[in-house]
Design a protein around this ligand. Structure first.
Ligand code: ATP
Ligand code: MG
Length: 317
């Protein structure tokens, strides 16, 4: 079967050559739920923005292969990519204000893209918008739809973005930290909504999060990024049963426990993500790795456990 996403060796860099995403390969089958995790700054959002063709203007990308829903970004006309992104990909941005025009009422913002891409009537669009914001956990739907973005809290705006992403029955949803502004009950409701859409329509979901716990609950396969590179990739059960990369092992260790008491400090991973302004030789994780050896300063190996489990480390721990 053809892949829904087939990206080989995506690199995103600044004009001055600072490499922010470094030869990342990512693929997805139709109907799959894939989680992309990693600490702040590891390149999750930039990878997503390349797929939705919204990379900041000061950045450029290259790849050996870049196909999304059958469209080859390396050769397609810009208009074809724009239509694909607008019509078939639903994007939930990390920044809740990102997509919303401050001076246009929510009802019009949700409905307009739907009318444009599906040729539905304004009444049909509004009806669908009402159902979706309700499913995203909003009780007073009419008040919400008649508001301007600046009248809403971050959590409300996040749910508007989620409803907006689902309006066109997309084949692929890319959700970038979709639950950060929400309290835990609504978080679950939102994640369950994605899962429902996945089950009902076989919609694929690419879920970006720094929270491995959330991704564990929700995704089938996980990609772990660190400093712009893929450290490990595996099915969720395999990843938690046999994490191979020292970074993944640390991430799993610091997953917030559900039993954390009030006032108790969350565990953090010691050390810092490396400065990407310098070219890093060998392993990018070496400065924080307790298994570091001399070889890690010079080189790093990609290892394959099987077709579905790969990791980047000189050792097999
Ligand atoms: N327009 C830009 N110009 C230069 N550097 C950028 C630009 N946008 C992002 N970066 C840098 O690229 C790196 C990756 O950024 P990205 O936003 O993809 O991280 P992220 O994994 O989504 O982090 P977070 O969890 O904080 O959202 C970071 O070091 C960031 O500072
Ligand atoms: Mg981000």
């Amino acid at each position: 079967m053809d892949k829904l996403i087939d990206i080989r060796n995506l690199t995103v860099k600044t004009a001055s050559g600072r490499v922010l995403v470094n030869r990342v390969s990512l693929d997805m089958e139709k109907g799959e739920i894939l989680g992309v995790v990693g600490e702040s700054g590891c390149g999750k959002t930039l990878t997503a923005k390349t797929i939705i063709d919204l990379l900041p203007e000061n950045l450029e990308w290259e790849a050996d292969k870049f196909e999304v829903l059958g469209v080859d970004y390396l050769s397609a006309a810009p208009k074809v990519i724009k239509t694909l992104v607008g019509g078939r990909i639903g994007y939930v941005p990390q920044n809740t204000g990102f997509y919303l025009h401050p001076m246009i009422k929510i009802r019009d913002q949700i409905a307009d893209g739907h009318i444009l891409y599906t040729k539905r009537t304004p009444e049909q669009a509004l009806d669908k918008a009402t159902r979706l914001v309700c499913a995203a956990g909003i009780r007073d739907t009419q008040r919400l739809l008649n508001s301007y973005p600046w009248q809403l809290s971050g959590g409300m705006r996040q749910r508007v973005n989620i409803a907006m992403a689902l309006m066109n029955n997309p084949a692929l949803i890319i959700a970038d930290e979709p639950t950060t502004a929400l309290d835990s009950t609504i978080q679950k409701q939102v994640v369950d909504l994605f899962r429902q859409v996945n089950q009902d329509y076989n919609t694929s979901v690419l879920m970006i999060s720094h929270d491995l716990g959330l991704v564990k609950y929700y995704c089938e396969r996980i990609l772990v990024l660190y400093a712009g590179q893929v450290m490990e990739e595996a099915g969720v059960e395999e990843m938690f049963a046999h994490p191979k990369h020292p970074y993944t092992q640390m991430l799993i260790k610091v997953i917030p426990s559900l039993n954390i008491k009030r006032g108790e400090k969350l565990q953090e991973i010691p050390g810092h993500v490396p400065d990407l302004r310098q070219v890093i030789r060998g392993c990018v994780f070496k400065d924080r790795c307790r298994y570091r050896q001399e070889i890690c300063d010079r080189e790093v190996r990609d290892q394959t456990i099987d077709q579905h489990h790969i990791f980047r480390c000189n050792f097999d721990l």
